[in-house]
Structure formats: C-alpha cells, structure tokens
Design a protein around this ligand. Structure first.
Ligand code: UT7
Length: 321
C-alpha cells in the first residue's frame, strides 16, 4: 500500500511583523534582511500557541481529506516548540479533534521534522499497521529566539501546516531519503531551562537558540541537491519530470543555489518565505497546503519536498500527487 496525501491545511498567527518592526528591536534594516534572506515579513504568535496553531491546521487538513477524526489511526506533530514538555502537542491536538482512536506523539527533528513524520507514517501505512495518518508541523519559534540577537531573530516565524496521509493503491510517496549527523549538533541548538537538581545545580539562564549561520548555509547548499538526486534515483524519476521542488523556507539564497546546482529553473521552486520567514517544521506543510489551495497541484504531478536543520537532520521525499 502507498501513502497518499488526501488533504492539507495551514494556520498562521494573526500578527504580522515586517522588517521595519524588527529594525525597531535590533540593529538591522529591511534592506539587509531582504537582500541576505528574502524575508520581508513573518507571523508571530501573540494569543496563539503551538497547540492552537497545530489544531487549526489539522482541522483544515482533515476536513479537506474527507475523513472524520474518528478515522485517524496515527497523529504525529513535528515540533521543537511544544507549549508543554509533557503532554505532547499531538495529544492536545488529538483532544481538540476528538481523534480518540489515534496513536498520538511528537517528534523533534527541527526543520526536517515534517519529513521525518512522513517517513514514520509511510512505514506504518505501507506495512498495513495503520491506514490513516494526520501529520502536523507546528512551531512558535518566537518563544525560542533571543530578541536581542539580530543574527537569528530576523529569520524565524510562527505557524503550522498539516497533511492527511491515507493508504492508496497508487501514487503517493514514491521514495524518500532521511539522514542525521549528530556530530554537528552544536551548529544549531537551544539549551533548556537551568537544572534545579540539588545534586548538580546549574546557575545559567534559560537558553535561547544559537546558530552558526554560515555553516548551516554551506551544509544546506551542499547536502540538499545530493539528497534530492538520491531520492529521484531511487524512484527512477528525472529532475525534468518534477513539477515543483518544495524546499525548506530558510533563505532565498539557499533555494536559488540549490536550483542552480540541480540545473532546474527557479520557477520550479515555490517560495513563501517573504511572508512567513523560517517556520522550522511547519515550513514544508504550509507551503504544500498553500500550493494545493491555489490549485497549482493536479493528480499525477510529481513533487519533491526537501528540508534540513538542527541535529543536523535532512531529508527529501518524492510525491506523486
Ligand atoms: O532552518 C535552518 C536554520 N538556519 C538557516 O537556514 C541559516 C542559514 N544561514 C543563513 O541564512 C545566513 O548565514 C544568515 C542570513 C543567517 C546570515 O547571512 P550571511 O550572509 O551569512 O551573514 P554573516 O553571518 O556572514 O554576517 C555578515 C555581516 C556581519 O557583520 P560584519 O562582521 O561583516 O561586520 C554580521 O554582524 O552582517 C551582520 N549581520 C547583520 N546586519 C544587519 C548579521 N545579522 C544582521 C542583521 N542585520 N540582522
């Protein structure tokens, strides 16, 4: 059995912070941010939470899939910004939907999280263990960034995207490549709260997200094209047969560089980072849902999804829509 996407959804916080807004908080400018990243604006959560955004995206994806909440066997939320350490965001979404039969859990693979969720769900569906899965990428990175650090706070945005996968005789996920390199964990990390254990107390303040931007940039432009080529080769599909390459929305220059390295026209690389910034695990499912809603995807179209991020983690999957 193949795993096919039957419905998509997304949810963004109401408040939009443009580059002018950020230039009042840190020493930056619209010109610098636009030139170096392509980002012009991002949505930031004020009243919204990771769980409420995830639930909003999930409800839309479910409604569009034609399935009921009670049909769901599996519910995975990919996030690094769960509102609660426990329970998982997935369990809170399960309660919001009334998906009482679903096995619900979160995964942490940063910006590659949605692809990791696809990897897990596809294995369950292909093996026949589960039939219907709801996958959500949801983040409120605004809670993790240091709003005094101009090198990171300008990059990220909040939001959620979701997709329903169901068992199908044809189409769906054709091939995948997923990888991790924990040796490079410190390239992009966020330490948790100080340890209050009396045997080993730490006096440090709670951590914010820290990143070696140049190293991540160079890792992404080298790794993503190789990963995409490998994924296409596994399915015997050529680059020319792919309608769209959906890449993690981190930086316009990364996407342009990958397009050049794959020798494919930039028009095949849709982007929403100008309005959403980098929404980590939510970035790919938001972009997919927006393309779906624009009517840009027809049954039979071949799409590549590819992401990279903290861990380090990366991956790609080839979908027949
Ligand atoms: O999901 C994965 C998450 N992370 C990424 O994808 C990040 C990938 N990396 C990047 O996107 C880029 O490396 C950045 C956008 C983060 C930075 O762009 P860059 O072209 O690599 O700039 P840089 O770090 O080399 O900094 C160049 C200059 C520095 O000043 P000096 O040392 O040349 O005087 C920075 O201090 O730009 C300065 N700078 C800024 N200036 C204005 C750094 N951030 C800003 C800022 N506004 N926001």
């Amino acid at each position: 059995m193949n795993a096919r996407i039957m419905g998509t959804g997304w949810k963004l916080p109401v408040f939009q912070a443009d580059n002018e807004f950020l230039s009042k908080l840190v020493d930056t400018s619209d010109e610098w941010i636009t030139e170096r990243t392509g980002i012009r604006s991002r949505h930031l959560a004020r009243d919204e939470t990771t769980a409420s955004l995830a639930e909003g995206a999930a409800k839309e994806a479910l409604a569009r899939s034609g399935l009921k909440a009670s049909d769901l066997d599996l519910l995975i939320v990919a996030t690094i910004t769960s509102d609660t350490d426990t329970p998982s965001t997935a369990c809170r979404v399960q309660a919001g939907l009334g998906a009482s039969k679903a096995v619900a859990f979160d995964i942490n693979a940063a910006c590659s999280g949605f692809l990791y969720a696809v990897h897990i769900a596809e294995a369950f569906i292909r093996s026949g263990i589960y039939k219907n899965a709801l996958l959500v990428g949801a983040e409120t990175l605004s809670r993790l960034v240091d709003w005094k650090d101009r090198s990171t706070c300008i990059l990220f945005g909040d939001g959620a995207g979701a997709a329903v996968l169901t068992a199908s005789e044809e189409g769906g996920i054709l091939s995948q490549t997923i990888a991790s390199n924990g040796a490079k964990w410190s390239t992009l990390s966020c330490m948790g709260r100080p340890n209050q254990n009396p045997l080993n107390p730490e006096k440090t303040a709670p951590g914010y997200l820290t990143m070696d931007g140049r190293e991540i940039f160079s890792f992404a432009v080298k790794t993503v094209p190789v990963c995409v080529e490998e994924t296409l080769e596994k399915a015997g599909v050529s680059k020319e047969e792919v309608k769209y390459f959906l890449l993690h929305q981190a930086n316009q220059r990364i996407i342009q560089s990958v397009a050049r390295r794959l020798a494919q026209p930039e028009e095949k690389f849709p982007m929403n980072l100008d309005q959403c910034g980098n929404t980590s695990a939510a970035s790919l499912p938001i972009l997919l849902a927006q393309l779906d809603r624009q009517g840009s995807l027809q049954r039979g179209d071949k799409l590549i999804l590819s992401g990279f991020g903290a861990g380090l983690t990366w991956g790609a999957c080839l979908i027949e829509w």
